[in-house]
Design a protein around this ligand. Structure first.
Ligand code: HEM
Length: 520
């Protein structure tokens, strides 16, 4: 049977009813989706990459996006599971996200962070998502903008400062914490939030040695509004990085969830704080007050264009250094105490070493303290082991400027995103052996000597030209604090808590950690 041409013409000329319009549109979209689902049955639509990667099977059109959404609250363990199940170099594709190659292979990590450093930069997507909080500070910069900041800051981390200034600040600020929060917890018998206290301590200590200011974080009962907003802005920044379409999602939230405080509110609070520090220092410099801290150095520095730094550049520097100096070390101390409380045999060995080296005389003399720390192998081993299992920067990302081939043969193309996971690397049996998930500081001591792993095997402080500038500072601070705490107090975990991580730029405990404190 065939329709005469004038019948077909009449059918098309008739206006469609709304029902017909909906039916035709739905039919067209459904057919389109069905065709795309056939073409992309287990990966993201338009992912036409012809390279073969080990990977978790995705969903039609959406690829791995549903897996990511399902596991967003424990993404680091999900990544670990993927590496354990499918191999140490993988790639998935997720709708709305750029092509990413994920690796936990130490040789690859060392290669792209160190050997072929020039070929890898921070991902443009990351600059964008992190811009509100980090601006063009050291963590969110490459090239000349990164170089002048690294060069300027490096001057601060010299032996003289470690011996004469840093240890002094760490011991002094511990003294305050001891006579206030810790002794108070002993006397009242009430639990305290250990992580909350560590965040206050490291903030107070870093602001003092970095910017020459006594912030009063330890004096304040409540969390400072600056710290509150700084933490929230970091969590939101990490969501921007992990999930697609962040600009649309945030615009949607502003309209449909008007009760939520917007990112701009938190950014204003942190900006006001950073700007107030800069203004105060400028006034001091004008009044002829001499200081030699990090901020003073940056006030005398020229940027990549040979210009003195403006308020925005200085604000970026302050906030980047606070995250570097506060969050990472507070988390290392919190996860560290958690691990020590769960391993009395480690605590006993630590105490023996502390009692032998940190006598009362040493405890009250920062220069001697600095020297004594150098002999304490077991506490160093414990610190490395803490970072292996609980790396404060648990995952990270780069972007390939050009084609490349990795040591394991993986083909990299210009524009690929490269993700690596110190969290997974620290827990893989293929790297650390069958006891990989156990807390064993002894693995860092071989024939009585402290052993360091290569930066590829243990990238907790990054690797190559961008290796963490503060690693010795963080190690000294952590060892001073752990020594003084364990020498003076015994900590007991309040039962019934869930201790887990919060997914953020770094790896804080999600609900803090309540402990009882007793005098030793
Ligand atoms: C346990 C404590 C710490 C850990 C685990 C840690 C880890 C890291 C990591 C993984 C990076 C690379 C970040 C990236 O570019 O993606 C980094 C960079 C950096 N860290 Fe640390 N850090 C710690 C403590 C500190 C401290 C106390 C400071 C003191 C200011 C500091 C200063 C820096 C700086 C300035 C950089 C940027 C280096 C560059 O890009 O050239 N860090 N750190």
């Amino acid at each position: 049977m065939s329709f005469p041409a004038d019948t077909i013409k009449r059918l098309f000329e008739q206006p469609l009813t709304p029902q017909q319009y909906v039916a035709i549109t739905t039919g067209t979209v459904a057919t389109g989706l069905a065709i795309l689902a056939m073409l992309y049955p287990d990966k993201a639509v338009f992912d036409n990459d012809d390279r073969v990667f080990a990977r978790r099977k995705g969903y039609p059109i959406l690829g791995n996006l549903p897996h990511i959404l399902q596991n967003v609250e424990h993404i680091h363990d999900f990544m670990l599971l993927n590496f354990e199940t499918f191999g140490t170099t993988l790639s998935g594709s997720a709708f709305g996200m750029p092509k990413a190659i994920e690796t936990a292979d130490p040789a690859n990590v060392e290669y792209f962070l160190k050997t072929n450093f020039e070929n890898y930069q921070k991902p443009p997507r990351m600059y964008n998502a992190m811009d509100d909080l980090f601006g063009h500070g050291i963590f969110n910069a490459d090239g000349e903008i990164w170089k002048y900041q690294r060069k300027t800051a490096a001057h601060i981390f010299n032996v003289k400062n470690f011996r004469d200034l840093f240890t002094d600040v760490f011991v002094e600020k511990f003294g305050y914490m001891k006579t206030h929060q810790l002794n108070n917890a002993v006397e009242t018998g009430l639990p305290l939030d250990f992580q909350g206290l560590m965040f206050k301590y490291t903030l107070e200590a870093f602001v003092k040695l970095g910017f020459g200011e006594d912030l009063g974080a330890l004096r304040s009962e409540a969390k400072l509004p600056f710290a509150e907003s700084f933490d929230e802005a970091q969590v939101r920044t990490s969501r921007r990085l992990m999930l697609p379409f962040w600009k649309a999602r945030e615009a949607f939230s502003r309209i449909f969830k008007p009760w939520e405080t917007p990112m701009s509110y938190h950014i204003k609070i942190v900006n006001d704080y950073a700007t107030s520090i800069v203004q105060k220092r400028r006034a001091e410099v004008e009044a002829g007050v001499e200081k030699h801290d990090l901020l003073t150095r940056f006030l005398g520095t020229l940027d990549e264009n040979g210009q003195p730094l403006n308020e925005k550049q200085l604000r970026d520097i302050i906030l980047n250094f606070i995250i570097a100096g506060r969050d990472t070390t507070a988390q290392a101390l919190s996860w560290g105490m958690y691990a020590i409380m769960g391993h009395p045999e480690v605590e006993k060995k630590l105490l023996e070493e502390i009692m032998e080296n940190i006598t009362d005389d040493v405890e009250n003399n920062p220069a001697k303290f600095y020297e004594a720390v150098k002999n304490m192998k077991y506490i160093h081993a414990t610190f490395y082991e803490i970072l292996r299992l609980y790396p404060p920067v648990p995952a990270n990302s780069k972007y390939a400027r050009g084609d490349d081939v990795w040591p394991d043969g993986t083909i990299i193309r210009k524009g690929d995103h490269v993700n690596w996971s110190p969290y997974s690397q620290g827990r893989l049996e293929s790297i650390w052996g069958p006891d990989a998930k156990e807390f064993k500081p002894e693995r860092w001591i071989v024939n009585g000597e402290l052993k360091r792993e290569s930066q590829g095997v243990w990238p907790v402080f990054h690797a190559g030209p961008r290796v963490c500038l503060g690693q010795n500072l963080a190690t000294l601070e952590s060892i001073v604090v752990l020594s003084l705490m364990l020498k003076n107090y015994q900590f007991k975990l309040v039962p019934g808590q869930t201790i887990t991580y919060l997914v953020s730029i770094t790896m804080p405990m999600k609900n803090g950690m309540q402990v009882y404190v007793e005098k030793r």
